[in-house]
Write a protein that binds this ligand. Structure first.
Ligand code: FAD
Length: 475
């Protein structure tokens, strides 16, 4: 016998589980299905983000940053530690514990909000009177009927052609978050967010890290001033980033890998390493979903085609998060999940993709929201820009972390903020002020005139806003 729901959500990553909770808050009967299991077979809702993405990477970034601070910065505070060591097994155990707390937190939230959770792989069966039939191939097979369905099946790491992930030597993010000992030599292909974050973790723990990047420009999506400052900081740390590297043949052995590539000067090079992380992007995932059974249209890359409101071509079926167009970010998936739940009950859910903040959790952190100076130039928009360095901020000096700057870009005529770009301490937290200001269509003058607490890093944002009008006070 099938079980009937107002809404069936497929996938319990940030897009799916948040959509399920919001829909339940709005009074719908909701089922959420997710296939992920822990190594010992328990349900592990939370998706890529919780299990092998945002959360475990931040846990390892935190542990490795503590180690780096203790190794290099405690002495300047008068703290001596003696010979330092790190127990990687313990660090990984802590990371697994953090992940588990998040899995359990989501199960608790489902219970609290009366969302019925099913652990298993979901596939569309057919359209039925007033809805869609979805099969769940779990420990206990089930058939559910949803009047409406949200597809939130996420994405998978993209391998290099002819080089599948073995998670021993050739690693995706899954394996890269679970290396038992810091490799002596670590190669990474791709200097995007994931390559930089995971490269930072293992460099801090002692690996000699080389990142090969095919493009000639470092972080082309970031503002050039920010990308330049970040590259300088990574170079100083010894994180080697080779731009314009064209990867050729990659040979793997049991405990090593050899990468042949051509460098930016056109010279043939060979890089040998103990492990290779391939972080060249992610592809939308609809494996096992059988979207064709109900006629849901996919694009040429396997993603679900949706309109601006996340409607698929089949009325009553929606899709959110990494499986659809737009930035592959957890908070974007969440916003879409909330908006779709609200649209289903006739409300006016809203997501502005132009105001999604981007963050890279390296040291220094990098963040931005809105447009870059190079984008505005290309679009012919008249703008004015102001920057302020953390070096001139009292709190940053007290923290001992003065790398970087905040840059505010505003419309030349109206002064409306068009973009804010940060590289430096706590950039991930500081960007929230900019996102709020831009959502309220604030001017740079608004930020410049709002009282910011002293001494805080946020004063750098205020000073950068003052600098837009050439009246920074402390620099
Ligand atoms: P997912 O989180 O991928 O969840 C999809 C879920 O659907 C999975 O649990 C999967 O098992 C399930 N599923 C798929 N098919 C089926 C099926 N047929 N039946 C049942 N279940 C199914 N983003 C950030 O915003 N900040 C970060 O700091 C960040 N760090 C990251 C670090 C790494 C290493 C990686 C890899 C990614 C990171 N991301 C980060 C990206 C973020 O993880 C994704 O954008 C986010 O998880 C997308 O959410 P989603 O709900 O669309 O999909």
């Amino acid at each position: 016998m099938s079980k009937n729901f107002d809404l069936v959500v497929i996938g319990a990553g940030p897009g799916g589980y948040i959509a399920a909770i919001r829909a339940a808050q709005l009074g719908l009967s909701v089922a959420c299905i997710d296939a992920w299991k822990t190594k010992d077979g328990k349900p592990a809702p939370g998706g890529t983000c919780t299990n092998v993405g945002c959360i475990p990477s931040k846990a390892l970034l935190q542990s490795s940053e503590h180690f780096e601070h203790a190794s290099h910065h405690f002495a300047e505070h008068g703290i001596s530690t003696g010979k330092l060591s790190i127990d990687i097994a313990k660090m990984l155990e802590r990371k697994d514990q953090v992940v588990k707390q998040n899995n359990e937190g989501i199960l608790y939230l489902f219970k609290k909000n009366k969302v019925t959770f099913f652990n298993g792989l979901a596939s569309f069966s057919k359209a039925v009177e007033g809805g869609f039939e979805v099969d769940v191939a779990g420990d206990k097979p089930e058939t559910l009927v949803g009047k409406q369905v949200i597809i939130a099946t996420g994405s998978n790491a993209r391998p290099l052609p002819n080089l599948p992930f073995d998670e021993q030597v050739v690693l995706s993010n899954d394996g890269a978050l679970d290396i038992a000992n810091a490799p002596k030599k670590l190669a990474i292909i791709g200097s995007g967010v994931i390559g930089l974050e995971l490269g930072s973790v293992w460099r801090r723990l002692g690996a000699d890290v080389t990142i090969l990047e095919g493009m000639d420009k470092f972080l082309p999506a970031a503002d050039e001033a920010v990308a330049k400052e970040a590259k300088k900081a990574f170079d100083k740390q010894g994180l080697k980033i080779e731009l314009g590297a064209k990867v050729g043949e990659v040979k793997t052995a049991k405990t090593s890998v050899t990468i042949n590539y051509t460098n930016a000067k056109g010279e043939e090079q060979v890089l040998k390493a103990d492990k290779l992380i391939v972080s060249i992007g992610r592809t939308a995932n609809t494996n096992g979903l059988k979207p064709e059974a109900v006629g849901v249209q996919l694009d040429e890359r396997g993603g679900v085609v949706v309109d601006a409101d996340c409607r698929t071509n089949v009325p009553g079926i929606w899709a959110v998060g990494d499986v659809v167009r737009g930035p592959m970010l957890a908070h974007k998936a969440e916003e879409e999940g909330v908006a779709v739940a609200e649209r289903i009950v006739g409300q006016h859910g809203h997501v502005d993709l132009a105001l999604v903040p981007y963050v890279i959790y390296t040291s220094p952190e990098i963040s931005w929201v809105g447009r870059t100076e190079q984008q505005l130039k290309a679009e012919g928009v008249q703008y004015k820009a102001g920057s302020f360095p953390f070096l001139a901020n009292g709190r940053a000096r007290a923290l001992g972390d003065t790398t970087g700057l905040v840059k505010v870009i505003a419309d030349a005529t109206t002064d409306e903020i068009l973009g804010v770009h940060i590289v430096g301490p706590q950039a991930s937290e500081l960007i929230a002020e900019a996102a709020v200001a831009m959502a309220f269509k604030a001017s740079s003058e608004d930020i410049a005139r709002i009282c910011h607490a002293h001494p805080t890093l946020s004063e750098v944002t205020k000073e950068a806003a003052l600098a837009v009008d050439k009246r920074a006070l402390n620099f």
